[in-house]
Design a protein around this ligand. Structure first.
Ligand code: ADP
Length: 465
């Protein structure tokens, strides 16, 4: 595995281990201070406690801690791939030095009777959690051998045991039975604990590595999706621009032909001309919407956000409604405004985008209504889920939408069968654009509808007070 791959596959646990060095150095300063304080206080309680060895040990620990601190800052400046093995070596070196100091402290606090023996338990636990499994096995062997050698040396008198009256029992310090019994109990506890922890940590590390691999794969898939979607937007853009000019040219040639022939054009030919013009107009509308969608997507991709302003909704909607009056009149539809002018409501929105959204919803409502129907544009403020919204609804009494068609309604190019029967006019792009515009302003767009009864489109925007 290359260093780059190894680095890319570093799990949070490994990263935590690397961050441990500074923590270890900090803790050791506490240990050095604690050693001096405990030696002083211990001396007051236990007159046999030798103070000088503790002072020397504190000095030794301080010296290698300083060295660890310097080495750590040097290693921290190295590139990531070289850092990892060095950091592990640095931690292991410090941990071994700590054991030697602790071993000496154990000797000066009563050997096998020392109350500090449990400190090794913490060390084995920490090694099993943060260091490599091989090092935990080494820790276990090292501590077992070193402690037993110390106990044996004290029992045989090779090293004079330190007897602290009131704390240790000299008989027990010399008893092989006691040493054997204690070692068996103490070491087996350490071994079982290390084994259990090791098994748990192995499982955890495996799962962490797996989760990391899945995350990398998802990130890659995400990047691929983004790239494909960018390519799609580019294609839409190019296609739109390439198609626009021949269509415009065909439309202008057609109208030039009509003008040159004047009223002399036979009626069947005139009908065909009109159909071609209508088709060209529809096609040019489709291209404009395609370009708009492409523009909207590339704005999203580039992280360009809507230009949000305070919009006074009453006046804004009134203007939008007036723009649609002529269209509604031609279609035989009544337009109605429903809001309380005495209660002004303001929303945070991009006025240009909001205009496009409202126009699209209103023109759809008119387009998919039958003559004589009513389209109502309503506005109200609502509070919910700890947030305040402005809600704009566009309600019509038109052809409606069947429940099974709802999920595809905001998908590009989707048109319901009944809307196709109702009118040829339409591209199926408007709602897709509209929803994206609404979402780019931090709003939501929903719909409720009953087939043959009517539809209500519900737009919510953040309310400003
Ligand atoms: P189109 O250009 O076809 O109107 P839209 O994207 O605006 O495209 O709408 C998508 C489809 O959703 C429409 O073709 C129609 O089937 C349906 N639709 C939209 N608004 C309404 C409405 N007010 N009533 C019934 N159907 C609607």
């Amino acid at each position: 595995m290359s260093p780059a791959t190894r680095d890319a596959l570093r799990t949070p646990l490994e990263a935590a281990t690397l961050a441990r060095v500074a923590w270890l150095v900090g803790m050791r300063w506490v240990f050095v201070a604690g050693l001096l304080v405990c030696a002083g206080v211990g001396r007051l309680l236990l007159p046999d406690l030798p103070v000088l060895p503790f002072a020397v040990l504190a000095l030794v620990a301080a010296a290698y801690n300083l060295l660890a601190h310097v080495l750590n800052s040097r290693v921290a400046a190295l590139p990531e791939e070289r850092k990892q093995p060095l950091v592990h070596g640095l931690i292991q070196g410090q941990v071994i030095a700590d054991w030697l100091v602790l071993l000496t402290v154990v000797h000066y606090t009563g050997g096998i009777e020392s109350p500090l023996l449990h400190v090794f338990i913490f060390h084995v636990v920490l090694s099993a959690i943060f260091l490599r499994p091989r090092f935990t096995v080494f820790a276990l062997c090292f501590i077992t051998v070193a402690l037993n050698l110390l106990f044996a040396a004290e029992a045989t008198g090779l090293i004079a045991p330190v007897v602290l009256k009131g704390l240790t029992n000299a008989d027990r310090q010399h008893s092989w039975l006691h040493i054997g019994h204690f070692s068996l109990w103490y070491m087996s506890t350490l071994a079982v604990m290390a084994l259990l922890l090791g098994a748990v940590m192995r499982g955890l590390r495996r799962r962490e590595a797996e989760a990391l691999r899945i995350r990398r794969r998802l990130e890659q898939a995400n990047r691929d999706i983004l790239r494909i979607s960018e390519e799609r937007v580019r294609l839409m853009h190019t296609m739109g621009h390439e198609l626009r000019s021949p269509i415009a040219a065909a439309a202008s040639m057609l109208s030039a032909l009509e003008l040159s022939q004047g009223p002399g054009l036979p009626p069947p030919v005139r009908t065909i001309h009109q159909r071609i013009s209508a088709r060209l107009l529809g096609l040019s509308g489709l291209i404009s919407e395609l370009l708009e969608l492409a523009e909207q997507r590339s704005a999203q991709g580039a992280g360009r956000s809507a230009v949000m302003r305070r919009v006074e909704m009453g006046a804004f909607l009134q203007a939008v409604l007036e723009d649609q009056t002529e269209r509604a009149r031609e279609a035989g539809i009544r337009l109605r405004a429903d809001w309380d002018e005495a209660t002004p409501l303001a929303a945070g929105a991009d006025p240009m985008l909001l205009q496009r959204v409202c126009e699209n919803l209103l023109s759809n409502a008119i387009k998919y209504s039958r003559p004589g129907g009513e389209v109502c544009l309503a506005l109200r403020g609502i509070e919910g889920d700890g947030a305040a919204f402005v809600e704009v609804t566009v309600r019509d009494e038109g052809i409606g939408i069947a429940p099974e068609q709802m999920p595809r309604l905001f998908t590009e190019f989707y048109r319901t069968p009944q809307s196709r029967r109702h009118t040829q006019e339409g591209t199926g792009l408007g709602l897709a654009i509209t929803r994206e515009l609404v979402e780019s302003m931090g709003g939501t767009l929903g719909v409720e509808s009953v087939l043959d009864v009517g539809s209500t489109f519900i737009l919510r925007l953040p309310r400003l007070h």
